[in-house]
Design a protein. Structure first.
Length: 94
């Protein structure tokens, strides 16, 4: 992903988390964004499309689930949405 698109995705995630500082950008947020993208691609076999709002929201949920001390409800939501997208990208097969 190019730097400009990564910056846009980072800003989207930070707005979702209500973070206004840049202190966590390269340390935690970028790492979590990249981990989510990799997890998505491995789970679905599909390419990540930053312009797809469903995928952008999936990244925001993943980061919220794993940022700081984490959030179990967001992790469960992420897993459910990832499973749904996996089925969608694999032609209805799990």
């Amino acid at each position: 992903m190019d730097k400009e698109k990564m910056a846009l995705l980072r800003d989207f995630v930070k707005a979702n988390l209500r973070i206004t500082t840049n202190a966590f950008d390269s340390v935690e947020i970028d790492h979590l964004i990249n981990a989510c993208i990799q997890d998505f691609q491995e789970a679905t076999g599909a390419s990540f499309d930053i312009d797809n709002p469903v995928m952008k929201n999936l990244v925001a949920i993943y980061v919220r689930a794993n940022f700081g001390e984490g959030n179990d409800k967001c992790w469960a939501l992420y897993q459910d949405r990832l499973k749904t997208l996996g089925v969608r990208f694999n032609g209805g097969h799990n």
